[in-house]
Structure formats: structure tokens, C-alpha cells
Design a protein around this ligand. Sequence first.
Ligand code: C2E
Ligand code: MG
Ligand code: MG
Length: 452
Amino acid sequence: MHTIEQLETDRLNTLASTGILDTPPESCFDAITRLAAEYFQADTVLLVFADQSRVWVKSAWGEQVRELPRAGSIFDRVLAKDGPVVVADFSLEPQFVGRFRMMRRLEFASFASVPVRAHDRHILGALTIFSREPRQEMALDQLNMLESLAEMAAAQVELRRLRQAFMPVEQPAPVAPKPEPIGWPRTHDLRRALERNEFVLYYQPEVELATRRIIGLEALIRWVHPERGLIPPMEFIPFAEESGMILPIGDWGLAETCRQLRKWRDEDIGHSSLRVCVNLSARQFARAGLADHVEELLRRYEISSRQLGLEMTESSLISDADIAIEVLGSLRRLGVSLLMDDFGTGYSSLHYLHKFPFDLLKIDRSFVMRMHEGEQPRQIVRTIVELARVLGMNVVAEGIETAEQYRMLRDMGCRYGQGFLFSRPLPEAEVTKLLRLPGGVLPEPEQQLRCA
Ligand code: C2E
Ligand code: MG
Ligand code: MG
């Protein structure tokens, strides 16, 4: 039996498990209140979380309120109703007079408030928009939008809770580690490799999970060293980034991808919307003229911008966010797809997602890898998929290795994926064979594994 007291105790326990009241202000929440303010033309937006006696403002847009007594608060109304509360005109609701003194002092005429729920549906807080003018009744789709924004806040709280509970087990964080400084390669090794044409691109299919149709490829660089053999990117890309050699190497990768796309088109291989994605490093953004360079390549090889995708990690963007925004904006105007790589490994992912115009996000392999370990790691992936849905973005899950991961991701509504289960990164000739399969559809993974 659930008494009101018991419900409140459960609610407070869930709230405590998120740790949300103890964290400093966070830009991701400011992104949500700003988004709400812009969308609804609101005068003030408050994102609050409530403990037993106070309503704590986690992010305020407009009037800067820090906290409020809980008794008689809008949060209590939302909690009592277990759903949205919309008041189109305060003056017509005499029961509010005196109870919403704070708001009356700020002279708001109307508000709409929706719950921010935890994973277990407890209401932890509320997202509220205020206007100085009375509002028309809120249309259903508008209310849905406000609820979606509250879901975004909830997803961010959840992501944080799970990460706290889960990430410390696996250290270090799943950011690609830098290789030991073993003194190789040096700058001139990389330069010589470029001159001698020792770099090659391998291509890994990205598939639509429901159909296993290849919708795109990720271009992944390898170094075919005359003595050392095939060298994976993590053994030289970090150094190339440090030394600046990533610029000419990156230029080569972009041009090679465009050349390959053109070749496939000339040979009538792959469908017209096949997209090849190239990984970009931080330094490539910092250099002026990236968009012009890409535009020039598209023109030179006469390929559509829709066929090119650019992948970047959050960390490559934040080193100079202002430049990144500008560059991404120009790339977007060209029509190339922008993918956020390794999503979930950064700390302010939501903030950047909102700020940068991405089409697609790729769930980092470390999350997919642990999905079989239990409900919590699965919940992380589910939350990311949900977050992307709310933001109107597509999701690619990276590193799918087992049929079980494949099934779970499909059940969660994750649309796209890539991983060894479908195909390892392959050299041009082999990936061309896959593109030639009828409809570009890969065989059942189990079959494929048996053949392998
Ligand atoms: P990434 O962009 O996240 O690429 C995905 C990596 O995961 C690839 O490693 C791929 O081979 C690997 N992978 C894909 N599916 C699976 C799977 O099911 N299981 C496992 N264990 N691994 C899987 P790779 O090719 O070694 O590349 C590593 C990283 O190097 C890339 O990570 C990317 O950050 C960087 N990189 C690769 N090519 C380039 C490039 O041309 N330019 C730049 N700047 N970076 C590159
Ligand atoms: Mg990538
Ligand atoms: Mg990745």
C-alpha cells in the first residue's frame, strides 16, 4: 500500500540517488531552459528539483531565482496532479493569489509546468515557463514540446546517475588512450609515409538494424608500413595530432574518401544515398577554410554533399567551441552530414548536442560492450537513444559484436549500428563485394559468423 508519506519517501530516495541537488550549475540544463525560452517566447523558465521543504532552481532563464519554499509551489501542484499544470491567466484563478507570492511579485500572468521524472517515474522536479502576458490555452503539441524538453532534462539526470554508479568500475574512462611515448613514429616517418603512399583507408559498414542494409561506411585509416606491417590508427593518429601531421594526413583521408566515392559511383556500386564518413581531429577544425576545402573536394570529384559525413568527438570540439560552431555551421550549409562520435564518453554531451548542429550520434562502443552486464548499462544506452529521439537525431550504435547486443539495440528502437558482428573494417576490394550484395543487405549475422 502506498501512502502519500511512503511515496514521498521513495521520491526523496530516488532524488538522493541522482545526487542532482549537490552538483554545481551545469551548462546542459541551461541549454534546456534557453531552448524552452526561445521556443515558447517565455519571459522566465525555471528548471527545479524539490526536496522535502524547498524547491531548488537548477537552471533559470530570465528572472534569476535560486530557491523557493515548497509549500504551495507550482512543483507541489504538478506532483499532486501527477502531470502538467497549465494556468493561462493567474487573475482568473483567485486560489493562486497569495499562494504564488513570489510569482506575483515578478508579475507573471501565466505559466505552464511539466514534471521531470526519474527512471522509476517519480517526479523529481518540474520545468516551468512563465509569461508576463496571459496565454492562450496551450495547444497539445506545444505541451508535448515542453514535455520533451523535460524529458531531455530527465535523461541528463539519468545519464549522470548511471555514469556515477557505473563508470568508476571501468577505469580509465573510455577515451582512446594515447600510446606510450616510444619514440616512434616521428614526424618525418609520417611525412615519408604520406609521400610514399603508405596510408590506406579501410571501410566499415554502418547498417540499418531492422534490415541489415548498408546505409553508410566509416572510413578508417591504416598505415601499411613496409617493415612493420599494418598499423592501426591508434598507434599513429594521436602522435599525428600532437605533431600537426594530422593536417596533411587528414587532407589525404578526405580526398581519398571523395575519390573512392566517385569511383564507386562510376562503377555503379552502392546506392546514391550511400554515405561515407570520415573522422576529423580537433586540429582540422582549428584551421581556417575547412568548409571551403571540403566544398572544393566535392566539386573536384563531382559528388553530392549528402554522400559525405564527418565524424568528430566532443573533446575535439570543446578545445575551441566558438571556432567549432562556426566551422560546423559552414559544413552544415554545404549539406554534409555531421556525426558526433563516441557519444556518452564526454561530460557535457547534451550541452554540445544542443549547441552543435549534428544529424547523428554514435553511441560509444564501451556502452554497447557492457549491455549484457545488467539493467544499468542497458539503461544508459536506452537513455541515449531516447535523448537522440527527443532531439530529432538518428543514432548509430558502435561496436556491436554479439547477436544479443544486436537484438537488444533493435528492441530499444536504435535504428543504426556498426560492429564486427556485421563486418570488420575492410579494404576497398572486400567492402565493394559487400556493396554488391543484393540491395546492399548483409546476411544474417549468425550465418556470417559461422562462415567467418
Ligand atoms: P572511431 O572513429 O570510434 O572508430 C571506430 C573504431 O572501433 C574503429 O577502430 C573500428 O575498427 C572499431 N570497431 C568497430 N566495430 C567494432 C567492434 O565490434 N568491436 C571492436 N572491438 N571494435 C570495433 P580503428 O579503425 O582502430 O580506429 C580507431 C580510432 O582511430 C577511430 O575511432 C578514430 O577515432 C581514429 N581514426 C581512424 N581513422 C581516422 C582518420 O582518418 N582520421 C582521424 N583523425 N582519426 C581516425
Ligand atoms: Mg568514428
Ligand atoms: Mg567511435
